[in-house]
Ligand binder design. Structure first.
Ligand SMILES: C[S@@+](CC[C@H](N)C(=O)[O-])C[C@H]1O[C@@H](n2cnc3c(N)ncnc32)[C@H](O)[C@@H]1O
Length: 406
């Protein structure tokens, strides 16, 4: 059963969600760590810390050996959705459950909620929360996932509309917890074939993201979630986890940040999971017949330049060859990943170069627009920083490809 809502709850406190039960001068992170342990979470040699540019994260307090268990969150410590709303998405169900708990007369998760980002943090980081004047500056490949996220939120808001009205809760209240779920929830499938759901896992949700193959391992065990060291750690290092092999477009839309992987932030190497989507330049260059042909084999769209290897992805190779080759030659390439006769890589490159140059010119125009808008903007450094970083990554990848030898 969900806890009872506090009577006449004061709604919409965007800056400080109703989670400030911990006394202001008490260290809320120490209080939450103790609360997590009481709830059964195992925590070894890590503590929360403020980290520049990424809010809070977890750092080691002692040396940790590769393979050591760092955190374990048993199923009983998880926050699971109440099941009083049916026919709503798992995200909406969990968001409403958090909202109801946090607005209750006696919230059960107050020490935890006190450690979460504020609504203002989301306002500055999540493109969905940005004003149109900024949203129109996102790179074209970000537009579609952003649109999709907006539709999901709208659908979820519609689904919980009656419940919110009856409980005197506002859309803003719901939206805050929807973003909390968006950026820090887990999927949990209990053993013995019971239905799974989205859940919150205390303490693990402090962990920041790093690209695939560069972070601790997070395992979904039969009885809970476990974080295991991927390598030896010295004291004072940040431990990270991989939220998924996400491109920076996905990280920006879904989590409100962009990854610069690399040991030295002055010379960041590309995020190995990143791709520079090319659909908006390549699709219009394909004839309707070729598009139909590509659709039939599942190769229509999802074209990309891969900055980590400075290559066009296989789908792009296939799409351009569909324009250049006979059907027989093309089918051979699709099946074997190599050309039947002469290697067509240079022909593909020649086809792509004017399109990539056009995208580079688009990036240059956007730098000017961003700089112009930035002059008058107040308190929008994070937003402009994100826009500038993503366009810079795109321009850099395009230049690297265009300048590389044939
Ligand atoms: C699960 S939470 C991690 C804890 C979070 N940093 C906090 O302050 O509560 C996920 C959020 O952390 C931030 N984040 C995670 N990884 C990051 C990274 N590599 N760089 C910058 N921000 C990151 C983003 O705001 C993301 O939405």
């Amino acid at each position: 059963m969900p806890p009872r809502l506090a009577k006449r709850t004061k709604l919409s406190e965007p800056e400080a969600p109703a989670n400030a039960v911990v006394a202001p001068n008490e260290d809320k992170h120490a209080a939450f760590t103790a609360w997590s342990k009481e709830r059964g979470v195992e925590i070894r040699d890590v503590k929360p810390a403020k980290l520049p540019g990424r809010g809070l994260g977890l750092v080691t307090t002692a040396k940790i050996k590769a393979g050591a268990r760092i955190i374990f969150v048993p199923e009983k410590a998880m926050f699971k959705p109440y099941n009083f709303l049916t026919n709503v998405s798992p995200q909406a169900q969990l968001a409403v459950s958090l909202l109801v708990d946090c607005k209750a007369a006696q919230p059960t998760i107050a020490p935890w909620a006190a450690t979460w980002p504020t609504d203002s943090d989301f306002e500055h980081s999540m493109p969905l929360r940005w004003p149109d004047a900024l949203r129109c500056l996102v790179p074209p490949p970000v537009e579609q996932p952003l649109q999709r996220q907006e539709e999901d939120l709208t659908k979820d808001l519609d689904a919980v509309y009656d419940f919110l009205a009856a409980s005197e809760l506002s859309d803003d209240d719901f939206r805050y917890y929807w973003f909390i779920v968006n950026s820090r929830s887990f999927h949990w499938k209990p053993p013995r074939g019971k239905a799974g759901s989205m859940v919150m896992c205390p303490f693990i949700d402090y962990i920041n993201h790093a690209p695939s193959g560069t972070a601790c391992n997070v395992f979904e065990r039969a009885n809970g979630y476990e974080v295991v060291a991927d390598r030896d750690y010295a004291a004072g290092e940040e431990i990270l986890a991989t939220y998924g092999a996400h491109s920076n477009d996905k990280l920006l839309v879904h989590y409100g940040f962009i990854c610069h992987s690399g040991p030295d932030s002055n010379h960041p190497t590309p995020n190995p999971d990143d791709d520079i989507r090319l659909d908006h330049i390549l699709l219009p260059a394909l004839t309707p017949t070729i598009r139909t042909q590509l659709q039939d084999v599942g190769f229509l769209g999802g074209y990309a330049l891969l900055p980590a290897t400075n290559e066009l992805c296989f789908k792009t190779q296939v799409a351009v060859r569909a324009m250049l080759l006979t059907c027989n030659e093309w089918e051979y390439f699709v099946a074997n990943g190599e050309d039947l006769g002469e290697d067509q890589s240079n022909a593909v490159r020649n086809f792509m170069e004017p399109l990539l140059s056009q995208y580079l010119a688009e990036a240059a125009e956007n730098f000017v627009r961003i700089a112009f808008r930035r002059e008058d903007a107040i308190d929008m450094n994070n937003e402009f920083g994100l826009l500038d970083t993503r366009w810079t990554q795109i321009a850099q990848a395009l230049e690297d490809f265009l300048n590389s030898a044939h």
